[in-house]
Design a protein around this ligand. Structure first.
Ligand code: TXA
Ligand code: MG
Length: 316
């Protein structure tokens, strides 16, 4: 770690981050899902820095993080279904894509010029403290170079983006470890699951009923199938055993003892929390290929399998 981009978690870090963000700089911000690369969503220059820092295509919009449902309603138009979802799952790992409120302060670049906006009220106390003192929405994509593994610790952010951030606030390991679930809530249209994530389908359907999978092709971006969330090594999915020159990532009690196990007890939430960390660990062993055992599609397995498929997709 180098000195001029300290990882810090003392109380003054919030103040330091507030000043940096108000001045248009970027801050590594812990959330309960993954670490975000946070910028003032109302400042187009700061948002442009986010795209540049990540090497992210400018057609791929960012999530505006808000401090409350009230702030969400200033930025987007939430119908009854969106409000029900927000009241049930916020603060927490749910992102709602809704029509933009023309009065909203999030700049057009953060929305990639779309007439919809992605909104989330995070639960992590550090993210909340920062939003509390800033009074503006924070544009915060996962704090990784575009296409690479998402960060689940302050150190991950520092290693990947230390030249781009004013500071990284250390809020401990992201305890959910997989990104928020994204639901499209457009009036007159059925609810769409745009990205499976930390809130499972099983938790959502009792609240909102049937969720259609996204077939609208709203944007072609990391939400959609292309190479993303990828480690350096190639990935082989649904592996039963380790092949020659491979590292095996296992799941469940029957995985070989010498594998990196996502969850020995076969718990998909625990596996989600370990996913990026173990992919990083496997990568650090310098192998050409990582083999991953099958993960059931239930609970957070849907989000894990979504990320694994993207990580295994052909790369440019
Ligand atoms: O858990 C998370 O959601 C993390 C933490 C930091 O909050 N953030 C995150 O952001 O995963 P990012 O930028 O890596 O992913 C945001 C996703 C992208 O796939 C983007 O295409 C989609 O949200 N998105 C944003 N605005 C959208 C819109 N108007 N319509 C459809 N998809 C949208
Ligand atoms: Mg991301």
């Amino acid at each position: 770690m180098n000195d001029h981009f300290p990882i810090t978690h003392d109380a003054s870090a919030i103040e330091e981050a507030r000043v940096a963000i108000a001045e248009g700089h970027l801050v590594g911000m812990p959330t309960e899902t993954v670490y975000g690369l946070a910028a003032d969503a109302t400042n187009p220059e700061a948002v442009a820095r986010v795209y540049a820092a990540k090497g992210r295509p400018a057609f791929n919009p960012l999530i505006s993080h808000v401090s409350s449902i009230d702030m969400a309603c200033q930025e987007g138009l939430l119908d009854d279904r969106a409000l029900t979802l927000a009241h049930t799952f916020w603060p927490g790992p749910l992102t709602l894509v809704v029509p933009v409120n023309p009065e909203g302060k999030t700049c057009e670049l953060a929305r990639a010029g779309l007439d919809t906006i992605a909104l989330r009220e995070p639960a992590h106390p550090v993210a909340r403290a920062l939003l509390e003192v800033l009074h503006v929405p924070l544009a915060a994509p996962s704090a990784n170079p575009s296409g690479k593994l998402s960060p689940t610790s302050a150190e991950d952010v520092s290693l990947a983006l230390d030249d781009e951030v004013a500071l990284v606030i250390d809020g401990g390991r992201s305890h959910l470890g997989v990104e928020s679930t994204i639901i499209g809530v457009i009036p007159g249209e059925p609810l769409r699951l745009l990205r499976p994530g930390a809130i499972s389908r099983e938790e959502l359907t009792p609240v909102v009923g049937y969720l259609s999978d996204d077939e609208s092709g709203l944007i072609s971006a990391p939400g959609q199938l292309s190479s993303h969330y990828a480690p350096n090594a190639a990935l082989r999915l649904n592996a039963q055993r380790r092949g020659k020159d491979e590292v095996l990532i296992g799941f469940g009690p029957r995985a070989p003892v010498n594998s990196l196990n996502l969850s020995k007890k076969g718990d998909t939430a625990e596996a989600a929390a370990n996913l990026y960390r173990l992919l990083r660990e496997a990568d650090s062993l310098g192998v050409d290929r990582i083999a991953v055992m099958p993960i059931p599609d239930t609970g957070l397995g849907e989000a894990i399998n979504d990320r694994l498929r993207r990580a295994a997709a052909p790369r440019d």
